[in-house]
Design a protein around this ligand. Structure first.
Ligand SMILES: [Zn+2]
Length: 239
């Protein structure tokens, strides 16, 4: 079942080591079929060079395994919460990419300081509140998802306009219309975090892009007035 989605999710997972976003097995990508109400996710703890498309695990939106011989990623409950809360996303990626983890470790958002950020993120990429001991003991991975959702709800941030987050003292989650675009957004976040780290070392003044530059770059590539590229897709693809 969902053979094409398994292939897409496999391909997206295999991009993580190629793009330098994962060390060992520290990452996972999923993709959802909204009509079926099912998503496909990487199995837990399998080395990337041993993965096959057939290893991908099919899970429903309550987190129950529907098909697959292997256990799904241990982060599956986080993906369940995000798919249920963010109804328009089609793929999710989680990594421990080091520049993004540096900001997550410091409890800082990744600020929109340049057009590289503004092309993909309509504003700062936020950081969640730290999880409490009770949250971690109750249902760690699901509570991680709830902390992400609460971060977006609290300041009415649109998860499609800012398609990533940092979980405090943990790392980034990113998402998008497809698994491939979720991986794209995760890589952009890592690049922006590295650039931002250096910018913040060079200067302590507030160097956020002004709203008009943020608007210009974000809306060149997103929404009904997008004009960047050859066919001006509204899907958020970039070229
Ligand atoms: Zn993690």
């Amino acid at each position: 079942m969902l053979e094409q989605l398994k292939q897409d999710v496999y391909d997206a997972n295999m991009q993580l080591p190629k793009l330098g976003l994962v060390t060992f097995t520290w990452g996972n990508v999923s993709g959802i079929d909204r009509d079926a109400g099912l998503f496909v996710i990487k199995p837990s703890g399998v080395a990337y060079d041993e993965l096959t498309p057939a290893d991908m695990v099919v899970v429903d939106l309550q987190g129950r395994v529907v098909e697959g011989k292997l256990n799904p990623s241990s982060d599956t409950p986080t993906h369940v919460v995000l798919y249920n809360a963010f109804q328009d996303i089609g793929g999710i990626v989680h990594t421990h990419s080091p520049w993004a983890v540096a900001f997550a470790s410091a409890g800082l958002p990744v600020p929109a300081l340049n057009t590289t950020a503004a092309d993909t993120f309509y504003g700062d990429v936020p950081v969640t509140a730290p999880l409490s001991q009770a949250q971690i003991q109750r249902a760690y991975e699901a509570e991680t998802g709830e902390a992400i959702v609460e971060t977006f709800r609290a300041d009415k941030r649109d998860p499609l306009a800012v398609p990533a987050v940092l979980v405090a003292q943990h790392g980034p989650f990113a998402w998008g219309p497809t698994p491939a675009q979720a991986v794209y957004n995760a890589k952009v976040l890592e690049v922006v975090a590295e650039i931002d780290y250096h910018a913040l070392m060079l200067s302590h003044k507030d160097s956020h892009v002004p709203q008009y530059l943020l608007d210009k770059h974000y809306y060149r590539k997103h929404g009904s007035t997008a004009y960047y590229g050859q066919d001006n897709p509204q899907s958020g693809s970039h070229r």
